[in-house]
Design a protein around this ligand. Structure first.
Ligand code: FMN
Length: 160
Protein backbone atom coordinates (compact mmCIF):
# COMPACT_ATOMS: atom_id res chain seq x y z
CA UNK A 1 0.00 0.00 0.00
CA UNK A 2 1.21 3.50 -0.89
CA UNK A 3 0.02 6.29 1.37
CA UNK A 4 -0.12 9.80 -0.11
CA UNK A 5 -0.58 12.71 2.31
CA UNK A 6 -0.98 16.19 0.85
CA UNK A 7 -1.51 19.76 2.03
CA UNK A 8 -2.93 22.17 -0.53
CA UNK A 9 -4.50 25.62 -0.27
CA UNK A 10 -5.70 26.28 -3.83
CA UNK A 11 -6.01 22.68 -4.99
CA UNK A 12 -2.85 22.40 -7.08
CA UNK A 13 -0.98 19.95 -4.88
CA UNK A 14 -4.25 18.13 -4.19
CA UNK A 15 -4.76 17.64 -7.92
CA UNK A 16 -1.17 16.45 -8.31
CA UNK A 17 -1.69 13.99 -5.46
CA UNK A 18 -4.75 12.56 -7.20
CA UNK A 19 -2.89 12.13 -10.48
CA UNK A 20 0.03 10.48 -8.65
CA UNK A 21 -2.44 8.10 -7.01
CA UNK A 22 -3.94 7.23 -10.41
CA UNK A 23 -0.52 6.48 -11.91
CA UNK A 24 0.67 4.26 -9.07
CA UNK A 25 -0.04 0.60 -9.75
CA UNK A 26 0.08 -0.34 -6.09
CA UNK A 27 -3.02 0.16 -3.92
CA UNK A 28 -3.11 3.77 -2.66
CA UNK A 29 -4.52 5.69 0.30
CA UNK A 30 -4.98 9.41 -0.41
CA UNK A 31 -5.17 11.57 2.72
CA UNK A 32 -5.52 15.32 3.20
CA UNK A 33 -2.98 16.29 5.89
CA UNK A 34 -5.82 17.77 7.93
CA UNK A 35 -6.95 14.14 8.46
CA UNK A 36 -3.48 12.71 9.16
CA UNK A 37 -3.16 10.77 12.41
CA UNK A 38 -0.64 8.39 13.99
CA UNK A 39 -2.54 5.57 12.28
CA UNK A 40 -2.40 6.97 8.73
CA UNK A 41 0.79 5.18 7.71
CA UNK A 42 -0.08 1.78 9.15
CA UNK A 43 0.16 -1.00 6.53
CA UNK A 44 1.95 1.32 4.07
CA UNK A 45 5.32 0.29 2.65
CA UNK A 46 5.60 3.56 0.73
CA UNK A 47 4.77 7.06 1.96
CA UNK A 48 4.54 10.12 -0.31
CA UNK A 49 4.35 13.52 1.41
CA UNK A 50 3.17 16.55 -0.58
CA UNK A 51 3.03 20.24 0.28
CA UNK A 52 2.86 23.46 -1.67
CA UNK A 53 5.07 26.32 -0.46
CA UNK A 54 3.60 29.50 1.03
CA UNK A 55 4.83 32.70 2.69
CA UNK A 56 8.50 32.75 1.79
CA UNK A 57 9.55 29.12 1.80
CA UNK A 58 6.96 28.01 4.36
CA UNK A 59 4.91 24.84 4.57
CA UNK A 60 1.32 24.93 3.39
CA UNK A 61 -0.91 26.05 6.31
CA UNK A 62 -2.46 22.68 7.12
CA UNK A 63 0.99 21.11 7.26
CA UNK A 64 2.12 23.84 9.70
CA UNK A 65 -0.33 22.48 12.24
CA UNK A 66 0.61 18.83 11.59
CA UNK A 67 4.38 18.98 11.22
CA UNK A 68 4.97 18.28 14.93
CA UNK A 69 2.80 15.17 14.66
CA UNK A 70 4.75 14.03 11.60
CA UNK A 71 7.99 14.37 13.57
CA UNK A 72 6.69 11.91 16.16
CA UNK A 73 5.81 9.21 13.60
CA UNK A 74 8.46 6.56 13.02
CA UNK A 75 8.76 5.92 9.28
CA UNK A 76 11.76 3.60 9.43
CA UNK A 77 11.48 0.64 7.09
CA UNK A 78 9.22 2.56 4.72
CA UNK A 79 10.12 4.16 1.42
CA UNK A 80 9.45 7.89 1.64
CA UNK A 81 9.15 10.43 -1.16
CA UNK A 82 8.17 14.10 -1.47
CA UNK A 83 6.30 16.24 -3.98
CA UNK A 84 4.72 19.67 -4.17
CA UNK A 85 3.88 22.78 -6.13
CA UNK A 86 5.65 26.14 -6.12
CA UNK A 87 6.17 29.22 -8.24
CA UNK A 88 9.72 29.64 -9.55
CA UNK A 89 9.10 33.06 -11.11
CA UNK A 90 7.52 34.84 -8.15
CA UNK A 91 9.50 32.98 -5.49
CA UNK A 92 12.87 32.08 -7.06
CA UNK A 93 14.63 32.26 -3.67
CA UNK A 94 12.36 29.77 -1.95
CA UNK A 95 11.11 27.59 -4.79
CA UNK A 96 9.28 24.50 -3.42
CA UNK A 97 11.17 24.92 -0.14
CA UNK A 98 8.39 23.16 1.77
CA UNK A 99 9.66 19.85 0.39
CA UNK A 100 12.91 20.50 2.21
CA UNK A 101 11.02 21.18 5.45
CA UNK A 102 9.14 17.89 5.14
CA UNK A 103 12.42 16.09 4.49
CA UNK A 104 14.04 17.70 7.55
CA UNK A 105 11.06 16.61 9.65
CA UNK A 106 11.41 12.92 8.84
CA UNK A 107 15.03 12.37 7.88
CA UNK A 108 15.97 11.24 11.38
CA UNK A 109 13.91 8.05 11.13
CA UNK A 110 13.78 7.50 7.37
CA UNK A 111 16.41 5.27 5.79
CA UNK A 112 14.99 4.94 2.28
CA UNK A 113 14.26 8.22 0.47
CA UNK A 114 12.83 7.71 -3.01
CA UNK A 115 12.05 10.05 -5.89
CA UNK A 116 14.85 12.59 -5.98
CA UNK A 117 14.36 14.81 -9.01
CA UNK A 118 16.76 16.76 -11.26
CA UNK A 119 16.88 20.55 -10.95
CA UNK A 120 17.32 21.03 -14.70
CA UNK A 121 14.32 22.45 -16.51
CA UNK A 122 13.59 25.02 -13.79
CA UNK A 123 14.78 28.58 -13.28
CA UNK A 124 15.31 29.53 -9.63
CA UNK A 125 18.08 30.80 -7.39
CA UNK A 126 17.52 29.05 -4.08
CA UNK A 127 15.46 26.25 -2.58
CA UNK A 128 15.54 24.43 0.75
CA UNK A 129 14.38 21.40 -1.25
CA UNK A 130 17.71 21.01 -3.03
CA UNK A 131 19.93 18.36 -1.46
CA UNK A 132 23.16 17.31 -3.21
CA UNK A 133 22.16 19.11 -6.42
CA UNK A 134 18.80 17.35 -6.71
CA UNK A 135 15.35 18.29 -5.52
CA UNK A 136 14.58 15.97 -2.64
CA UNK A 137 11.31 15.20 -4.42
CA UNK A 138 9.11 16.12 -7.35
CA UNK A 139 8.91 19.89 -7.95
CA UNK A 140 5.83 21.06 -9.84
CA UNK A 141 5.01 24.57 -11.01
CA UNK A 142 1.37 24.98 -11.94
CA UNK A 143 1.83 28.77 -12.17
CA UNK A 144 4.49 28.78 -14.88
CA UNK A 145 4.85 25.28 -16.30
CA UNK A 146 1.41 23.64 -16.05
CA UNK A 147 1.95 21.89 -19.36
CA UNK A 148 4.85 19.91 -17.85
CA UNK A 149 3.01 18.65 -14.77
CA UNK A 150 1.47 15.57 -16.35
CA UNK A 151 4.66 14.26 -17.91
CA UNK A 152 6.70 15.12 -14.79
CA UNK A 153 4.33 13.11 -12.62
CA UNK A 154 4.35 10.20 -15.03
CA UNK A 155 8.14 10.08 -15.16
CA UNK A 156 8.52 10.53 -11.42
CA UNK A 157 6.06 7.77 -10.56
CA UNK A 158 7.88 5.42 -12.94
CA UNK A 159 11.08 5.88 -10.86
CA UNK A 160 9.47 5.11 -7.50
C1 FMN B 1 1.29 34.42 -0.83
C2 FMN B 1 1.97 33.33 -1.59
C3 FMN B 1 3.22 32.89 -1.20
C4 FMN B 1 3.90 31.88 -1.92
N1 FMN B 1 5.17 31.52 -1.55
C5 FMN B 1 5.86 30.62 -2.32
C6 FMN B 1 7.22 30.29 -2.03
O1 FMN B 1 7.85 30.78 -1.09
N2 FMN B 1 7.84 29.38 -2.84
C7 FMN B 1 7.22 28.79 -3.90
O2 FMN B 1 7.82 27.97 -4.59
N3 FMN B 1 5.91 29.09 -4.19
C8 FMN B 1 5.22 29.99 -3.45
N4 FMN B 1 3.91 30.30 -3.75
C9 FMN B 1 3.27 29.64 -4.90
C10 FMN B 1 2.39 28.44 -4.52
O3 FMN B 1 3.12 27.45 -3.85
C11 FMN B 1 1.80 27.86 -5.79
O4 FMN B 1 0.86 28.77 -6.33
C12 FMN B 1 1.16 26.49 -5.63
O5 FMN B 1 0.76 26.00 -6.88
C13 FMN B 1 -0.04 26.48 -4.70
O6 FMN B 1 -0.39 25.13 -4.50
P1 FMN B 1 -1.64 24.66 -3.65
O7 FMN B 1 -2.87 25.05 -4.42
O8 FMN B 1 -1.48 23.18 -3.58
O9 FMN B 1 -1.57 25.29 -2.30
C14 FMN B 1 3.25 31.29 -3.04
C15 FMN B 1 1.98 31.73 -3.42
C16 FMN B 1 1.35 32.74 -2.74
C17 FMN B 1 -0.01 33.20 -3.22
Amino acid sequence: MTCIVFGSSMGNTEKAASVIAEKIKDETRLVNVTDMTMETFKDCSTVLLGSSTWGVGDLQDDWESKIDLLKTINLSGKKVGFFGCGDQEMYPDSFVSALGTLYEAVKGTVDNIIGKWPISGYSFTNSAAVVDDYFIGLALDEDNQPELTGSRIEEWVSTL
